[in-house]
Design a protein around this ligand. Sequence first.
Ligand code: SF4
Length: 199
Amino acid sequence: MTTWLLEVTDIKQYTYCPRIVFYRYCLPTIRPTTVLMEEGIRQHMEEEDREERRSLRHYQLKEGERFFHLALQSETLGLVARIDLAIATPSRAAVGAEGIVVEYKYSEQKAGAHFKLQLAAYALLLEEAWNIPVKRGFIYSIPLKSAEVVSITPALRKKVLQTIASIRQLVERQEMPDPPVAQGRCVTCEFRRFCNDVV
Ligand code: SF4
């Protein structure tokens, strides 16, 4: 039985830089927000309104039931999440139904490893909740108005479980992790002023 639940966004952030998750759980008084973050949240909310009017063709589907802001929790996985959009195609009750997870992002870049892992974690949660397979997900780029498909591979599933275990270990040990090798990402990171050993 899991004593506390991680959020799926922790998995995404840990993959981007483990220190962000360290700050969250081990130094919780550090909570910076930036103009970029606030703009991202605003765009996210506007996109959710538009999504309700958008057709399913962005997700290569002809029919499906959409569930917005779906809250899921799994004691087995030790995870909690709110999924931007979950789709059941052709419907949840249909024989052979398939689940699909969608995440919006405020970026024109291709989905990085951290976004793919986030989708895979959503997929595991949705499979457990709906008891139907989730073989793919989509990252929807708000500025590009297009969706990138991500296959939920066995390797991604395994990586989700490994990352959950690594995060729990990090929190238990309370040791600040090293910065990422690719420190270019530190330039726009909201935690930069707390990391004195990066560029
Ligand atoms: S500034 Fe760099 S090392 Fe520090 S939390 Fe951000 S990405 Fe990680």
